[in-house]
Design a protein around this ligand. Sequence first.
Ligand code: SF4
Length: 337
Amino acid sequence: MEPRTIGNIQVADEAGEGSSREALLTLAGGWRENLWDLLSRAHRIRVSRFGRAVRLCSIVPGKLGGCRGDCRWCAQSSHVTAGGLEKVTRTPLAEIVSEARVAASVGAANIGIVNSGLRPSRRDLADVIHAAEEISKATQDRIGVCASLGELTVEQAQMLADSREIRRYHHNLETSRRFFPSMVSNHTYDAKLQTLQAAKSAGLAICCGGLFGLGETWEDRIDLALTLRDEIQPDVVPLNFLVPIPRTPLANQIPLQPLEILAIIAIFRLILPDADIKVAGGREKNLRDMQGWMFYAGATSCMIGNYLTTAGQSPEQDLQMIQSLDWEISTHLYKKT
Ligand code: SF4
């Protein structure tokens, strides 16, 4: 039985998952003083529920750039000044399949096909389903395919689920409901929640998390985690850390420090003890030589390879890091039903 304190802060139960918003805010407010106790608790929860398994996942852009969204961090927004990715480019099918083959060969359990744009067209939906079929054939089903296409209607979510090739939908809430309008003005938090509910009702597994280092407070981070816990119950929670991109409105944002990132991972593990917590974009640049600590802080998976608009380290470096820390790569897949 775990003590009901972390440092000197009272939590409701072993994981802190039943703790009140106030208790979690107090815990977050004291993260510096209580960091090692916090990491140690998150680590014990992680090991008790997932053992030493680490899952790998990879992404490939299906469509890049030219998005009408005005998300302040994003290089793919057409609102970004000249020199950004103003025009839409589509990745050839052969390239998508080849990326999936490489990801499967290094042990990735999933590959996400990620499109720019606020919502998918009929062509986008048809293309992603066709790409998933080709990936299944080329890899003999060794890798699961996820889709990330923006906001979905109920019918579009059902179409993806009925394809039986796409088993998981990725759509981040990004931050708290309160802070979201400071970052985005032409689409809404409610539309995001409706998309996630539509995907879930259609029977798709859900991958939903956030982006940190935007200038949000700890209150915003806790509220995002509580929305995930209470309203979405995602299967996978990707945590992304901003890498400021030139010419975007957040180009001069000061990056988060590695210890604060570890505290974010640990608090998400406490609040969402059964979710697959994935450290995604910005890992290498923000955690730097503390990357290996992410699994001790409660993460269960990480993204490998390149991100959409920034480069990641090589899969070989990631495999070496995982093996030298004695974690085990999991081959768990989201199987077709
Ligand atoms: S909707 Fe997605 S692709 Fe478009 S600007 Fe926002 S984050 Fe970028």
